[in-house]
Ligand binder design. Structure first.
Ligand code: ASP
Length: 312
């Protein structure tokens, strides 16, 4: 699926220029947002539906804000998928959305591949806002923008992605994006939380924070996703923090100017110490949230230019 596709379903397969196009446009939206101006004419008359089958605070709000800053009519639909046959519901939902003439559809779903299925059935441009353990493309774009603005580049940087890689769609999207743009990616975590396919992804795997963080430019911490863990791959939160939680001592293994990232929501005291998370010298976690709005504005802008407007 090329980036010139009218959907954004995954980072995997995008080329450096295609990723660069999103990042460059997002950069201009960072400046616009900081100036306090809006561009409400851009998506005037367009309808953006946020369809979230899984809980979300920052991603949904971020897409809502992005749509509103560009003048779209934004509707939030929260759907519980606990008691329904997911396949049937998705197809029913697609038919409903087509009847509503939705232009842009932002989807989060607990099942990997759900946005892809919807994209085949709806007229709208579909943006994957996180599907199961598969991908979360706008998170990787906002992480890349944050790094590029701080470090001036992505190529040649050492990025350590740490913690619950197994359940993380954020990690998967970031691995694809960062390796495509020439970063050295290391996965760091206990063997039970590193996916078996890691070796084929062009990354190195480390089970000790000391080795994984040595000389790293970026330390990206991930949330321990207990809701996706059927059995207990981790003995206790306390023990996890002792070996894999980021504190001052472990951060000292990285470069002195290493930046700390986290996609949120954070489990303070489990994967990251508050002392680090709130340190403005090292943590860019708040900046990631700011970049998220700009990236989503860029995605909505680009996709709305590409897609054929719904036949009405
Ligand atoms: N917010 C991110 C996601 O939706 C990360 C997380 O939930 O831990 O995947």
């Amino acid at each position: 699926m090329p980036a010139s596709s009218r959907h954004l379903l995954k980072i995997e397969g995008l080329t450096p220029p295609e990723i660069g196009q999103y990042l460059d446009l997002a950069e201009s939206y960072v400046l616009l947002n900081r100036s306090g101006k809006t561009q409400r004419d851009l998506l005037r008359g367009r309808t953006l539906i946020n369809l979230f089958f899984e809980d979300s605070t920052r991603t949904r709000t971020s897409f809502e804000l992005a749509g509103k800053r560009l003048g779209a009519d934004v509707i939030n639909m929260s759907v519980s998928n606990s008691s329904v046959n997911k396949g049937e519901t998705l197809l029913d939902t697609a038919a409903t959305l087509n009847a509503m003439h939705c232009d842009l559809l932002v989807v989060r779903h607990a099942q990997s591949g759900a946005p892809n299925l919807l994209a085949q059935k709806v007229d709208a441009a579909v943006i994957n806002a996180g599907d199961g353990t598969h991908e979360h493309p706008t998170q990787a774009l906002l992480d890349a923008l944050t790094i590029r603005r701080r470090k001036g580049r992505l190529a040649g940087l050492v990025v350590a992605i740490c913690g619950d890689i197994l359940h993380s769609r954020v990690a998967r999207s970031n691995i694809h994006l960062l390796t495509t743009l020439g970063s050295e990616v290391r996965l760091v975590g206990p063997p039970t939380l590193i996916p078996a396919e890691a070796a084929s992804l062009g990354v190195s795997v480390h089970h000790s924070m000391e080795q994984g963080l040595a000389g790293a430019d970026i330390v990206m911490m991930l949330r321990l996703q207990r809701e996706r863990m059927a059995s207990g791959p981790v003995p206790s939160a306390r023990e996890y923090f002792r070996f894999y939680g980021l504190d001052r001592g472990k951060l000292a293994y990285a470069r002195p100017d290493a930046l700390v990232m986290h996609p949120g929501p954070m489990n303070r005291g489990v994967e990251i110490d508050s002392d680090i998370a709130d340190d403005p010298e090292r943590s860019v976690i708040r900046e990631q949230v700011e970049m998220g709005v700009a990236v989503r504005m860029a995605v909505l802008d680009l996709l709305s230019r590409r897609g054929p407007r719904n036949a009405r």
